[in-house]
Design a protein around this ligand. Structure first.
Ligand code: AMP
Length: 400
C-alpha cells in the first residue's frame, strides 16, 4: 500500500482542520548551557513541510518532537524553547511553546482563531512516549484531525508520537511530509537499484551497530571502503598489528566472519595511518597497514586516501556512513574531509547516510554538493538494512 504524502490531500480537506506534525528537532545545543542551537540543519529541513501546511490554511498547526534523552522527566536543559525561538524567527510568526505536551492550555490555544503555531514541549518529558503508551498517544492524537510524520530520524522507533498515535486517526489521515519523502526516495534507490559501480564507505566507531549493514552492503556494493575505528577489528582479524587502536574483541570476531564471506574481495582497508601515542595527541605518520605497539590509529593515511579516491572516482552511486578518523580534532580530519571533497566533485548519486559523516559534510560546507544528506543516523542504517522502518510501515499499512 502506498504512503499518502501531504500534497496528496485536497486543500479543501485541510481547511479549518488541526494538523499535528511529528518532526525530529533533536538538534545539538551549545555545551555552555546558553541554549544556542549549534546546527539548525534538522529544523531547516522541515521548513518546506511547515510552509506547505501553513499555505493550506489549517485551523492550527501543532508541531511536536523530542530533544535529547530526558528519561521521562521534565528537565529544562532539554526544553524545546530554543527551537520555538528559532522557528518563530525563520517563519516570521508566533510559535507558542506549551508548558508540557499534555498541558490543559493546549485545548484553549486550539480554540483561538489566531494564526500562530503551537510547539508541544519535549514529548520525552513523559516516559509514556518511549513506552509507546496508548493513553498518551491518544491524548496527543486528541488535539488534531490529521497526523503528519516528518521525523525520519526517529521513524525507526515505535514511540507514542511516531507510531502508536496512528492508531487514533483514520488511515487516510496519517500522512508523510516532504522530508520523509526525500529520505525514502533516496534510500530506496540505494537499497533497490543503485547505479553501478556502487561504492559504499563505512567508518566511525560503532562496529557492532554497523555490522549488519556492512554484510548487506557487501552484497550490493562493488567496493566497500572501510575507515575510522571500524578498520582496526578488520585489520586485526587479518592478523595485522593495530597497536593501541580502539578495538573490541567481539568486533574482531564479527570482522573475521565478514571477511570470510568476502569472496569477491570487495572490502578495502587502510594501508597507512595517522596515529598518536595518546587519544588526540601529536600525530605520527604510519606508512604501513600495521600500527606499532605504542601508537593508536586516529585517521587514514595519505596512501589510503588516494586509493579510496581512485575507487570513488569511478562510482555512479556512493553511500557514506561514518567518518574516516577522529575528525573532531583537525589533525585527524584529513581523511574525512578528503573523502567529502571527492564526493562533492563527483558526477554520481551521492548519499550521506546520517550520523557524524553528515556533521563532517555540513561543517565543510559541502552538504549541498551531495545528492542526499540523510537526517537520520540509526534510522538511515536501519532503512538500508530492512528497506523500511516501523513508522513507515505503519503509514503504509496501519498498526495491527
Ligand atoms: P559512529 O557514530 O560510529 O559513526 O562514530 C563516530 C565517531 O567515531 C566520531 O566521534 C569519530 O571521532 C570516532 N572515530 C572515528 N575514527 C576513529 C579512530 N580511528 N579512533 C577513535 N575514534 C574514532
Amino acid at each position: 500500500m502506498a504512503i499518502t504524502y501531504i500534497d496528496q490531500v485536497e486543500a479543501e480537506d485541510y481547511k479549518g482542520k488541526v494538523i499535528i506534525v511529528r518532526f525530529d528537532f533533536n538538534v545539538p545545543l551549545a555545551k555552555d548551557g546558553s541554549g544556542k542551537i549549534t546546527d539548525t540543519t534538522r529544523i531547516d529541513r522541515t521548513l518546506e513541510t511547515i510552509n506547505y501546511l501553513l499555505e493550506q490554511e489549517p485551523k492550527k498547526l501543532i508541531l511536536m518532537s523530542h530533544l535529547g534523552r530526558p528519561k521521562g522527566q521534565v528537565n529544562k536543559s532539554f526544553s524545546l524553547e530554543p527551537v520555538a525561538v528559532y522557528l518563530s524567527e525563520v517563519l516570521e510568526r508566533d510559535v507558542t511553546l506549551s508548558e508540557t505536551c499534555l498541558d490543559s492550555g493546549i485545548k484553549t490555544l486550539l480554540s483561538l482563531k489566531d494564526n500562530d503555531i503551537i510547539l508541544l514541549e519535549n514529548v520525552r518529558f513523559h516516559a509514556e512516549e518511549t513506552d509507546n503508551d496508548s493513553n498518551f498517544a491518544e491524548a496527543l492524537a486528541s488535539y488534531a484531525d490529521y497526523y503528519v510524520l516528518d521525523a525520519f530520524g526517529t521513524a525507526h522507533r515505535k514511540h507514542a508520537s511516531t507510531y502508536g498515535i496512528m492508531n487514533f486517526f483514520p488511515r487516510s489521515h496519517c500522512l508523510a511530509g516532504f522530508l520523509m519523502k526525500k529520505e525514502i526516495e533516496a534510500l530506496t534507490k540505494i537499497v533497490e537499484k543503485p547505479g553501478k559501480p556502487f561504492v559504499s564507505i563505512v567508518g566511525g566507531a560503532k562496529v557492532s551497530d554497523k555490522i549488519k549493514i556492512i554484510e548487506k552492503l557487501m552484497i550490493s556494493s562493488d567496493k566497500l571502503l572501510i575507515g575510522g575505528a571500524m578498520a582496526y577489528p578488520f585489520l586485526k582479524a587479518l592478523g595485522r598489528e593495530i597497536g593501541k587502536s580502539l578495538c573490541a574483541d567481539e568486533d574482531v570476531q564479527l570482522a573475521k566472519a565478514i571477511l570470510s564471506k568476502d569472496s569477491g574481495k570487495k572490502i578495502e582497508l587502510p594501508i597507512d595511518h595517522l596515529a598518536s601515542k595518546s587519544f588526540g595527541g601529536p600525530k605520527e605518520v604510519v606508512q604501513d597497514a600495521a600500527i606499532p605497539a605504542d601508537l593508536m590509529g586516529l585517521d587514514i593515511g595519505e596512501k589510503t586516501i588516494s586509493n579510496y579516491q581512485n575507487i570513488i572516482k569511478s562510482a555512479k552511486t556512493v553511500l557514506w556512513n561514518g567518518p574516516m578518523g577522529l575528525f573532531e580534532n583537525s589533525d585527524y580530519a584529513v581523511g574525512t574531509l578528503s573523502i567529502a571533497r571527492t564526493l562533492a566533485e563527483l558526477d554520481a548519486f551521492t548519499v550521506i547516510g546520517g550520523g557524524d559523516s553528515v556533521s563532517a559534510v555540513v561543517q565543510s560546507g559541502l552538504a549541498d554538493k551531495m545528492s542526499h544528506v540523510s537526517t537520520g543516523g540509526g534510522a538511515s542504517l536501519e532503512f538500508l538494512e530492512n528497506g523500511t522502518l516501523p513508522a513507515i510501515k505503519a503509514l503504509r499499512f496501519g498498526i495491527n
